[in-house]
Design a binder for this molecule. Structure first.
Ligand SMILES: Cc1ncc(COP(=O)(O)O)c(C=O)c1O
Length: 358
């Protein structure tokens, strides 16, 4: 049969594949996943217990929306229920935002490199990406403000930034938000909020209270260690939140994900202690690599950025050989998740060997 299938929408031709090919573990020996910014700790026993209870009910649909979780988040964040939108990970919520708020031809301003989902969400809606290069490893907020035009309808901002781990801080962020016209929606992605311990950490939920054009996104995938269950949330003005809810996949957050997220919220002290240990490991790694002579910018996340330029592929291949699977941005740098102490020790010794040509 030579007939062609019907053509998908032409805008999809311009969409890069979202998932880069994962690094390949060596044929033998242990390997460490340091390429997706996952939490190296397994779920807490309380989360596992509730997951197995919820698993016994998978013959039943979950609610259209996870109302129990939405209530718990509204209480924790001290916002009305109507401001909270949940979804299958924050990437699911990005799709809801794109569908709800973007029209073909709209311009969307974001920094680059930043979260890899940005160009996909924008192009999927037929909107036009306007990418503003980072200055060094940080957002150039002046250049981003200068990139706004009458056609701009949205700004995407990852604070702290993925993949560089850097943050702009509350004062600069507020100055930028004040320069964005109120008809332009700003999506502030705080996926790494809990790992951000700098003194000037912005709190997007607080900022949204008197900024109806600000949507904040957070996730249970990183600090809460539930990446495999796909649950994230947004906080927004109720008009925006309602539009986002209209674009959600019904029952898109499973009962297992909802119950595990509730258990994680109930065990928050324990989880934040775990986050403290990851931050201590992050600082230990950064200091060790700095002593070896590698340039590693300070990070407010659970990963480090090594701006290696043309050397990125060579170093990534050497790490991969020892089972350290990192995310390579060819020609630019490596993004390396802070792993278990064992993985971090191996990373330190492997990079030391590379430095000394061993
Ligand atoms: C900035 C940022 N936002 C969102 C996500 C994805 O989060 P989720 O697992 O909630 O879809 C990631 C994952 O790496 C991320 O780095």
């Amino acid at each position: 049969m030579s007939a062609q299938p019907p053509a998908p929408r032409a805008v999809l031709d311009g969409i890069p594949a979202y998932v880069p090919k994962p690094p390949q573990p060596p044929a033998a020996g242990t390997s460490y996943r340091l390429f997706l910014n996952e939490n190296p700790c397994p779920p807490l026993p309380s989360a596992l217990a509730t997951i197995s209870w919820a698993a016994s009910r998978t013959n039943l649909y979950p609610g259209i929306f996870p109302d129990q979780l939405t209530d718990a988040l509204a209480r924790k964040l001290d916002v009305p229920h109507a401001h909270v939108v949940t979804g299958p990970g924050s990437v699911g919520i990005y799709q809801q935002i794109g569908q709800a708020m973007l029209s073909p031809g709209d311009e969307v301003v974001y920094a680059w490199p930043s979260f890899e989902a940005f160009p996909i969400v924008v192009r999927m809606a037929g909107a036009v990406p306007v990418e503003v290069p980072l200055t060094g490893e940080t957002h150039d907020l002046d250049a981003m403000a200068a990139a706004l035009t009458p056609r701009t309808t949205m700004v995407l901002l990852c604070e702290p930034n993925n993949p560089t781990g850097t943050a702009v801080g509350a004062a600069e962020l507020k100055r930028f938000l004040d320069r964005v016209p109120s008809h332009v929606l700003v999506v502030l992605d705080e996926a790494y909020f809990e790992f951000y311990r700098g003194p000037d950490r912005p709190d997007g939920v607080d900022l949204h209270r008197d900024r109806p054009n600000l949507v904040v996104l957070r996730t249970f995938s990183k600090a809460y260690g539930l990446a495999g269950l796909r649950v994230g949330y947004g906080v927004a003005h109720p008009r925006i939140a309602e539009a986002m809810r209209k674009c959600a996949v019904p029952c898109g957050v499973s009962r297992i994900a909802e119950q595990a997220a509730l258990a994680a919220l109930n065990a928050e002290d324990e989880l934040l202690e775990q986050v403290g240990r990851i931050i201590a490991e992050r600082e230990r790694l950064r200091e060790a690599l700095g002593r070896q002579g590698w340039s590693v910018p300070s990070s407010e996340t659970n990963f480090l950025w090594m701006p290696l330029g043309d050397d990125s592929d060579r170093v990534a291949a050497a790490l991969e050989q020892r089972g350290l699977l990192v995310r390579t941005f060819s020609g630019t740098g490596l993004r390396i998740t802070v792993g278990s102490p064992e993985a971090n020790d191996l990373l330190i010794s492997t990079l030391a060997d590379l430095r000394s040509g061993r």
